[in-house]
Design a protein around this ligand. Structure first.
Ligand code: BG6
Ligand code: MG
Length: 216
């Protein structure tokens, strides 16, 4: 029986992909990496900031020290944070508010499980914070998805056992993390069919058999 839903943030509740892409693209250009594409950016879905940086650097041939990499990741984040200034509730994906309101009516606890360290700012700017009971994010963890830590921390904060939580995710790393946490999952987004989630839907704006999912 499911008692809490743990939502990933980027690509599930909020459309931030384009902003991440623009910030990484700007950094790539500064590093003389001209062919950083949307396809490369797709590989960064659900992946931590430092691992995402590696995906960018792999497109070039220069070798950087750990200190330099930290500076590069910070620089990208500064570009991203600037872009987040433009974020408001219009960035909330279709069907999200309606779904969360419905789940709350059914008595579900609502959590966030995201590796993004910008989670609190994004929740506030999009006004989604009013619907969320507990947040587990990049600021709470040392191991990124596919490690289960972010979801186990979320379940702990919600006061629930893993088997009573359902994860909603758009990334392969996130679905692996949910499984490793002992949680069922609902895969959404452009790759929902290839995620091997317990349940699948194109997005939260479609008909999802919630009552069946929550009873299993
Ligand atoms: C994930 C995104 O939610 O957060 C990744 O899907 C991103 O693309 C990661 O790299 C880390 O985000 P941030 O905001 O801490 O750099
Ligand atoms: Mg995501």
């Amino acid at each position: 029986m499911i008692k809490g839903i743990i939502f990933d943030l980027d690509g599930v509740l909020v459309s931030t992909d384009e902003l991440h892409y623009q910030a990484w693209k700007r950094l790539a250009q500064e590093l003389d990496i001209k062919d950083f594409t949307k396809e490369d950016n797709e590989k960064q879905r659900g992946v931590s900031r430092m691992e995402s940086l590696e995906i960018v650097l792999n497109k070039g041939d220069k070798v950087y020290s750990l200190e330099e990499k930290e500076e590069l990741a910070e620089r990208k984040n500064a570009y991203y944070v600037d872009l987040l200034e433009t974020l408001d509730n219009k960035a909330v994906l279709c069907g999200v508010v309606k779904t969360i309101r419905y789940l709350k009516q059914l008595g579900m606890l609502i959590g966030i499980g995201s590796v993004s360290k910008n989670t609190p700012a994004i929740l506030q700017k999009t006004e989604l914070d009013q619907y969320i009971d507990k947040v587990s994010c990049g600021l709470d963890i040392t191991n990124s998805k596919p490690d289960p830590e972010v979801f186990l921390v979320a379940a702990g904060k919600l006061g629930l056992e893993p088997e009573n939580c359902l994860v909603v995710e758009d990334s392969a790393a996130g679905i692996v993390a949910a499984k490793a946490a002992g949680m069922k999952s609902l895969g959404v987004g452009p790759y929902y069919k290839s995620l091997s989630a317990t349940y699948e839907a194109t997005g939260l704006d479609t008909d999802i058999p919630w009552e069946t999912i929550l009873q299993n």
